[in-house]
Design a binder for this molecule. Structure first.
Ligand code: AMP
Length: 258
């Protein structure tokens, strides 16, 4: 596996694949990798001859009061996991490689960003689109894989690719869960043992709500279980989507109701 830290190193690593017309599959991540990320890598491998993973904790998608500084960073473990998963190129840019001049972006998130996450994290999707557009320009993938775990984000990226006519395919990957149904997330590392038990009820509550369509009861249930704030539980695009706070950890999840 080649580790590229600059655009020049990335181009050098990818040029043999590009020159022989190999399909390039790309999985952007913020690291602290778990089995959910690796399932995206496996999907990329099924579709493409060359698999690129990036690890970059993107400052523009965090508001000043959010957890950018505390976001889990486990680079050595991540490199081992990615190597074992058979990745061809790991792109590990520093902030100045992604944002050489400033952090402004000409590309903004479209209509898919309206509501839900944006009501609580108004800066978030413009930050995501900013970094993903820059990463796409660097990697120039044929296919990029995003998890349904971040369902609204997946739709925002699809819309960006369609609007800008970017010549690539976006594939959504199913949510990887633990044996209790908890969606795997780098932020689960913040949970205490007691909070983990409570967190594992989120998917159960959402499944009930998916059956009966009663989001208000689901909110009450989560609060009585020990969640202290519900940002939203809403039905959107044949899914029930939720964001809820447990201590200092914000969890998101969603379930297909079609
Ligand atoms: P992150 O490192 O949190 O930015 O996530 C990188 C990619 O992995 C995004 O496309 C996420 O949607 C995806 N992802 C994160 N957790 C999961 C999961 N439990 N199942 C499937 N995909 C996931």
């Amino acid at each position: 596996m080649i580790i590229a830290k600059t655009i020049k190193e990335l181009d050098a690593a990818l040029s043999p694949f590009r020159e022989s017309n190999k399909t390039i599959g790309f999985v952007p991540t913020m690291g602290a990798l778990h089995a959910g990320h690796i399932s995206l890598v496996d999907l990329a491998r099924q579709h493409c001859e060359c698999v690129v993973v990036s690890i970059f904790v993107n400052p523009t998608q965090f508001a000043p009061h959010e957890d950018f500084n505390n976001y889990p960073r486990t680079e050595n473990d991540d490199v081992q996991k990615i190597k074992s998963a058979g990745v061809d190129v790991l792109f590990l840019p520093s902030e100045s490689v992604i944002y050489p001049d400033n952090r402004e972006s000409s590309v903004k998130a479209g209509n898919a960003a309206l509501g839900l996450e944006s009501d609580f994290r108004p800066h978030f999707f413009d930050g995501v689109v900013n970094v993903i557009y820059r990463l796409f320009q660097a990697v120039k993938p044929n296919v990029a894989i995003f998890g349904e775990k971040d369902y609204q984000q997946l739709q925002v990226i699809r819309e960006m690719v369609e609007t800008l006519l970017l010549p690539m395919q976006i594939i959504g990957a199913p949510i990887a869960r633990d044996s209790f149904g908890l969606a795997l997330s780098s932020r689960n590392a913040y949970l205490s043992a007691r909070e983990l038990e409570i967190a594992r009820q989120l998917n159960v509550t959402l499944k009930h709500a998916a059956k009966n369509g009663d989001t208000e009861t689901a909110k009450k249930e989560l609060l009585s279980l020990g969640f202290h704030k519900i940002d939203y539980i809403e039905i959107w695009d044949n899914r029930i989507l939720a964001a809820a706070w447990l201590g200092k950890t914000r969890l998101i999840d969603n379930i297909d109701i079609s």
